[in-house]
Design a protein around this ligand. Structure first.
Ligand code: IMP
Length: 429
């Protein structure tokens, strides 16, 4: 039996959603453990497109339990909207299918207001956040003034917390950020109303998972964002506010490290980044536009155009170490079809020396120049290939280079957005 964690190795948007969806077939429970509705998974199933921001994409299967762990920050309005949309698509959403951790922190209207006002004030130094209030919500969690899902079931406590938080937030919003203040009563009314709708889903997720583990159920942990956006290990400060690395699955779901058996790192065949921050292999000319258009590289959450570049294996190798990757899933290999030459970044040149890890200093990182390994591309359509042996030789060489340089075997290759457009090399679950 193996419980698997799926993580992004790059700057998010690696196509984790599709792989998670695929692996869900062999799992009993799917768990989100960090991030919030800054994430967005686009899935194409049976020709229909679904976008999820909070509910694990496993909801598209019948009889799989989807769990939102304590490490997730939840915007209840977004969660309820997602539930409504799923119901419209005739997908069951009831407490038997979805659990929300009683300890998960809630995104409040003042978190969104702070996120937007701060970014506006920062001007050219802005992080390029998704503006969903993620950072301010995690700040309150750490500051110990956050509002948790359980508070929705205790109206007097909810009122007290919103009231005391608003005093501070309004002062900061108005006096420091020059933004509009917010009123207490409409927020309280709305959250009480949403609380009524959500309370049947609120539960102790750690206890639920423990029960499932004892019953030998298989659990799939679905990471959001990517390792390079990790608040500790990413390209700080141009990062998100949580830990998307595999280790966070334990703290963010309430299980022990001995329950994780396989860590699957998702590597998109090239690199993308949304928002601000240094990007060593960024392509600002024709090839970048080719990849951006062919890969439909627009943010699932904000619709922003993603910046595109060659595959940066320095970043991926960092992710191998930080997550303890057991295997790699390659996504969007088909997007590279048609390019004459491909480049893989194998090291960074920094002040005359080649280095193989990203430096912590942003100043040093800004001086890094990619060292490329050039490889010939392939022209054949690969979207119909279901067996690795039938891939064009040059595509195989590209994959072998990734595996060799990272030292990690490839278990899955995705050659198109659909569930069936996949080559399975090793059955993980
Ligand atoms: P935040 O998570 O909204 O605070 O945004 C912080 C940074 O993380 C910004 O550069 C965002 O564009 C980036 N980010 C957050 N979530 C995702 C994601 O799911 N995919 C890609 N980038 C993300």
């Amino acid at each position: 039996m193996s419980n698997t964690v799926v993580v992004g190795t790059q700057w998010g948007d690696e196509g984790k959603g599709k792989i998670v969806d695929l692996l869900t077939a062999g799992a009993d429970l799917v768990v989100r453990f960090q991030g919030g509705n800054n994430a967005g998974h686009t899935l194409v199933v049976g020709g229909r497109q679904y976008i999820f921001h909070i509910i694990p994409s496993g909801i598209l299967y019948k009889n799989k339990k989807c769990i939102i762990g304590n490490g997730v920050v939840v915007d209840p309005e977004v969660l309820l909207k997602e539930m409504e949309d799923l119901k419209k698509a005739e997908i069951d959403v009831d407490p038997g299918r979805v659990s929300l951790s009683d300890r998960a922190h809630l995104i409040m209207p003042y978190h969104r207001a702070l996120d937007l006002a701060r970014e506006a004030k920062k001007g050219k130094n802005k992080i390029g956040t998704t503006g969903r209030g993620i950072g301010p919500c995690y700040e309150d969690k750490i500051k110990r003034t956050g509002i948790r899902a359980i508070d929705l079931t205790e109206p007097d406590i909810l009122e007290e917390k919103i009231s005391s938080n608003l005093k501070e937030k309004n002062f900061y919003l108005h006096e420091f950020l020059g933004a509009e203040t917010l009123e207490m009563q409409p927020i309280l009314d709305k959250y009480l109303d949403m609380g009524e709708k959500l309370s049947p889903f609120i539960t102790d997720v750690s206890v639920e998972l423990d029960r499932a583990l004892k019953a030998d159920k298989k659990i799939l942990f679905e990471g959001a964002q990517g390792t390079q956006l990790d608040v500790d290990h990413g390209t700080y400060p141009f990062v998100t506010s949580s830990n998307p690395v595999a280790g966070a699955a334990c703290a963010g779901a309430g299980i022990g490290p001995n329950q994780l058996h396989h860590v699957l790192g998702i590597v998109k065949a090239y690199t993308t980044r949304v928002g601000a921050g240094l990007f060593v292999t960024e392509l600002e000319e024709e090839t970048g536009d080719f990849i951006q258009e062919k890969g439909k590289e627009f943010g699932a959450t904000t619709g922003r155009k993603r910046r595109c570049g060659w595959l940066d294996l320095v970043a991926v190798r960092d992710a191998v170490r930080l997550n303890g990757l057991s295997s790699i899933g390659i996504t969007k290999l088909d997007v590279l079809t048609g390019l004459k030459t491909l480049k893989i970044c194998v090291g960074y040149e920094l002040e005359g020396q080649v280095i193989y890890q990203r430096p912590a200093s942003l100043r040093q990182f800004s001086k890094c120049v990619p060292v490329y390994k050039e490889m010939p591309g392939w022209q054949e359509d690969i979207t119909q290939v279901r067996d690795a042996d039938r891939l064009p030789v040059r595509a195989m060489e590209y994959l072998e280079a990734i595996s060799e340089i990272t030292g990690v075997p490839i278990s899955i290759i995705s050659v198109g957005p659909g569930r069936e457009e996949t080559i399975i090399i090793k059955d993980i679950l």
